[in-house]
Design a protein around this ligand. Sequence first.
Ligand code: AMP
Length: 408
Amino acid sequence: MKILVLNAGSSSCKYKLYEMTDQSVLCSGLVERIGDPKTGCLTHKIAPDTDKEEKIVQESVFPNHNEAIRQVINLITDPKKGVIKDLKEIAVIGHRVLHGGYYQTEPALVDEATKKTIRDAFPLGPLHNPANLTGIEVAEQLFPGVPNVAVFDTAFGMKMPREAYTYALPQDLCKELQIRRYGFHGTSHTYLVNRGAAFMKKPLKDFNCITLHLGNGSSLGCVKNGQCIDTSMGITPLEGLIMGTRCGSIDPAIVPYIIKQKGWSADEVDTLMNKKSGLLGLCGKTDLRDIHKLADQEHDENALLARRMLIRSIKKTLGAFFFLLEGKVDALIFSAGIGENDALVRAGVVEGLESLGICLDAEKNATRSGDEREISSKDSKIKILVLPTNEELQIALTSQEVLAKSKA
Ligand code: AMP
């Protein structure tokens, strides 16, 4: 069975075509600068990350998503370099959709009601949902007869209990404006929980873990019996940890204070908190590799502070989730750019937690690898795992499941 995964952004579109029998990637790619009247770029890879990888780059103008995906189809079905002969070979198309709004708790086969759900959530995901819907509508036109599945990034967090997702604001206002904790990176957390349970050979229903998706955007998931019971991001991906350019949780009174003192608009403060804060606001850099360089080679005070604050913010949330699970944790799962690669941050987060049964093996932690691996010491009661995340594969797996259920 072949499954196409599409992630349509406002001016870009990523795709991956899977052969699900062995979960191999037949081809993948990215169209950038869609809508730019001067130039766009399509990068297409056949058999990516294998020794047969072949890369095709097309510089061209892509006036809209329809034209961009048309070009992708030409490459996928090209008589010489194509990986399929007919679009009908694709069993289902899985779409990443950021926000499912207040009522959508599960991934869904796309019909008019699903599209309305995505449209209704435009105010909650103004940057992503319109583009995600465009991707779906274009797929409906260009792949006639192939079903589409919407995989919502919020679905993981929709399983949280009410006391976890409710904000202590007047509840009639929350209902009116659909204000609740949704949580994001849901597809990644779902993948990590499933892989973590498989890695530890535990049934999902008995698996408790804390997932640490640490990248440019970061969030922690708290998982009891295979289900999310809390997550660090909120109604938007701004809440929670300090991130590359996002401030994470701050005293909300800072917002009206800045507005009053500086005479700024709500949008200006929103931009400040989402684009100019976090590690960038603290030390002028967003990439931890640059921050390590500044901190360790130049002893830059701001970089040292940013690094300490990042580790502290992760550790505080980890502690809260550890208590919510009453210490009954099978594994801590590190993932994404920082979680998979940054031994120093991982070591900092778990430092001094030996009395809680969390013991790092320093050598394993320092060994670089792209594989799924355990980095805790033999006697660690709680396992510390590093699992590379794979959101596209999770979207493909979820789409396969939704398709099977729809046919049952
Ligand atoms: P992501 O958003 O998951 O792509 O993660 C991006 C972040 O991961 C970057 O900003 C870096 O700080 C970090 N990162 C990526 N690769 C490495 C690496 N090899 N070593 C340390 N940090 C890394």
